[in-house]
Design a protein around this ligand. Sequence first.
Ligand SMILES: Cc1ncc(COP(=O)(O)O)c(C=O)c1O
Length: 405
Amino acid sequence: MRSWLNCRTIVPPDGLAEAYRHENVDANSWLYPKQVLAHWVDDHRTIDIPEQIRDAYRRVGRPTPLTRARGLERALGVAWRIFLKREDLLPNGSFKICSAIPQAFYGAAEGRREVVTETGAGQTGAAAALACQLFGLAATVFMVRSSFDAKPLRRRLMEFYGATVHPSPSDVTAFGRHQLATGNSSGSIAIATSEVFEVLRGGGGMNIAGSLLDFTLTYNSLLGLETIVQLGVEGIRSEVVVGCVGGGSSFGGFAIPFVEQDDDVEVIAVESDAIPTLTRGEYRFDHPDGGGQAPPMRMYTLGYDFRPPAMHASGLRYHAASPIVSYLVRAGRVRAVAHAEADALAAGRLLARTEGIVVAPEASYVVREVVERVQREPRRSGTIVGVLTGAGALDLDAYGEDPSA
Ligand SMILES: Cc1ncc(COP(=O)(O)O)c(C=O)c1O
């Protein structure tokens, strides 16, 4: 792929609150490389991908495969063709490398030496650690403490790529110590973000944004663009596309290329019913970080001080959703649904038994919705594509005992 789709151009000029972009770009100029900030305010439909970034994508295994899930189709007894976009096959374990590579590349190109970033289940951190290794940057990761404790192998993977990893809340920052003192020890992505801000204010380093911000959707547009090409080779057009939403960067990057080229495509965003941002949140200005320090953005939110419950799909534990994705939901172009974790994990088990694919708990929400959607019209011979955002081999404990075994 020679260019990204600039995902914010899907929104009409009056659709996004322009102030948020420019205020955030100004407020974040110390956090992100200049070229990344330039992409945040870019108005062109597409953005060229430099050869060095295209080379790094090839090295980690992009484009990722698109798999027809015939075993799942047979098990469900439906007439649908089910396709799955395989971000789970990337070496770091998830799609997150798609936006970590350009951020690390642009940072290294302007002389930055160190990345400090936050991670939920460890997927953003693993991607950041790998991207830093590719471009010679040091990496420090604040990992949500509930995941730090529950997923020691993901922490080891980050360390294996050369990163230093702290549990968040940590005793490294004043904000972290305050959270620990007030009894909030399980943490959240929003709290980890505030810890990262505090460390970076000390100077020098940069952040790799894991999600939410417009440019993360743009860099992730390869998920959708590649899928469209892969389906096109088979002469197929997808009628339904499904992705899951934490901050919305994988969903936006996957779905928006489809939305842009096809007015009729049905687009479904899946979230956790324990953090029902898109289905039950308010559409208003709110802070993206748990400390309420960053300038507000207009988006669906449960409130920046919402403290999500601990859960296995910790990449979905975020109080708000990307302003672009929020706009598309608000405009009625994207339908949001919420599933319970037990139902999602059951669908993840079904996928393993029918396809041999072991997905991250977050991606099992996508599988759950794909199954429900095709079962609603079992005799329709349509095509549906879901994005498997990550691998689950390091999350097998989440699946626990199979009640049907
Ligand atoms: C495997 C996986 N899927 C999905 C998500 C949610 O991603 P996003 O914030 O882009 O919605 C995450 C976030 O960490 C993840 O690790």
